[in-house]
Ligand binder design. Structure first.
Ligand code: S3P
Length: 425
């Protein structure tokens, strides 16, 4: 797909619902008694994979656009799937569901596409095995397909070596089926949607510092979930509005959970003009309308505890850094290597193609910004966040950008190009 420089971005947009919260509304709804109604549910391919996996285990789910009704069958109501559970491209689906499957008295096999079959699963196999689950990597390479024979779980206190909400949530979900309280301590706090939502559905979840705990066998009850706009999707429009001169964009109803808002903190440190218009802290997940005006950006250092709060936004932050004056250093972000693609390698390669002076490091990138950048052919490796990041770069570069496999954005944002087009007319 070819993209070129466009006029300033103007107008308002409601970005689609949060991916993490959409997945969890289906999973927790399925394990609850009664009806769960999710509004503004993300209809991206990843969340549809979660819906289809639960349908295979006997859960009745009615999807009408972004309204989804889940008829829960409570904690012990899932039935054995007749075939492979297919998580598609979704790491959240494989890892969180493995926790749930470990608690079920039946055998299941979960897998996904070529990218999923390369992503590390030992990080969940280790704690689930400690909990007494039988979970095996079928090709013995630490990746999916995973064969799980569940049941008879022990509560544990797991010290996770990685700050990963997928690992934490996997263990907490298995903990629903444990014989005692399950605790997870992580090195740095990761997104806390599972803790907030499980509590909202009726679980006994406690959080203290970087430790979250859950009591087994709660009575979960179906709920109404208003999914806030996904800050990870808003990120592309924030970056585009900041980079294209004379832009002014209002993004409505964006989730600003403090375990997800690192992007906003980094943008402000780079000199961005971002204002919160209507802040709403009444629900479990805080939201705001964000007003973004184009700004001249400076380089910054991004490291330490902020990394998990912006991990999915680092590709588009790297694009902003390429246009910013001065050097940006990203450290402590080795997790980027095990996302939908190796995002350190893929960002460095594609930023170099557009003329940026960038060096890959073991755990991040050094981006020397401010050089004139130009269009190029972009090898996305079918990673949705790489495609969207370079669509943003296209708006601020000279010449044409040719984004390969551009349709991979359907993973998290099916209407992305249309929304970008509409704001930049
Ligand atoms: C997610 C957690 C993060 C994030 C992913 C969604 C979640 O992954 O990158 O897009 O919904 O829990 P990790 O837990 O592997 O960091």
């Amino acid at each position: 797909m070819i993209m070129k420089y466009k006029a300033p971005l103007k107008g308002e947009l409601s970005v689609p619902g949060d991916k993490s919260i959409s997945h969890r509304s289906v999973m927790f709804g399925a394990l609850s008694e009664g009806l769960t109604e999710a509004e503004n549910f993300l209809t991206g391919a990843d969340c549809l994979s979660t819906i289809s996996c639960f349908r295979q285990m006997g859960i009745d789910i009615v999807q009408n656009g972004s309204s989804v009704k889940i008829n829960g069958k409570s904690l012990h109501g899932l039935t054995a799937p007749k075939k492979l559970l297919d998580a598609g491209n979704s790491g959240t689906t494989v890892r969180l569901m493995s926790g749930i499957l470990s608690g079920q008295p039946f055998r299941s096999v979960i897998t996904g596409d070529a990218s999923i079959q390369k992503r590390p699963m030992k990080r969940i196999m280790t704690p689930l095995t400690m909990m007494n689950a039988s979970i095996a990597s079928i090709y013995n390479n630490g990746c999916a397909p995973l064969e799980i024979n569940g049941g008879g779980l022990r509560g544990i206190h797991y010290q996770s070596p990685v700050a990963s909400a997928q690992v934490k949530s996997c263990v907490l979900l298995a903990g629903l089926y444990g014989d005692d309280v399950t605790r997870v301590t992580e090195p740095v706090i990761s997104r806390n949607h599972s803790e907030l939502m499980l509590r909202y559905f009726g679980a006994d979840v406690k959080c203290e510092g970087t430790t979250a705990s859950i009591a087994p066998e709660p009575h979960l009850t179906g709920q109404k979930v208003n999914v806030p706009g996904d800050i990870s999707s808003a990120a592309y429009f924030i970056a585009a509005a900041l980079l294209v001169p004379n832009s002014e964009v209002l993004l409505r109803n964006v989730g600003i959970n403090p375990t997800r808002d690192g992007l906003l903190r980094v943008c402000r440190a780079m000199g961005a003009d971002i204002t919160f218009v209507n802040e709403d802290h009444s629900g479990a997940e805080p939201c705001a309308d964000l007003l973004i005006r184009s700004s001249s950006l400076n380089g910054t250092v991004i490291e330490g505890d902020i990394i998990p709060t912006l991990i999915d936004e680092l590709p588009v932050i790297a694009v902003m850094a390429a246009f910013a004056e001065g050097t940006t250093i990203i450290r402590d972000a080795a997790e980027l290597k095990v996302k939908e693609s190796d995002r350190i390698a893929v960002m460095t390669d594609n930023l170099t193609r557009i003329g940026c002076d960038v060096t890959a490091t073991e755990d991040g990138m050094i981006i020397r910004g401010g050089k004139p950048l130009h269009g190029a052919s972009i090898d996305t490796k079918k990673d949705h966040r790489i495609a969207m990041s370079f669509a943003v770069a296209a708006l601020a570069c000279d010449g044409e950008m040719d984004i390969q496999d551009a349709d991979c954005v359907r993973i998290s944002y099916p209407g992305f190009y249309e929304d970008l087009e509409r704001l930049s007319l």
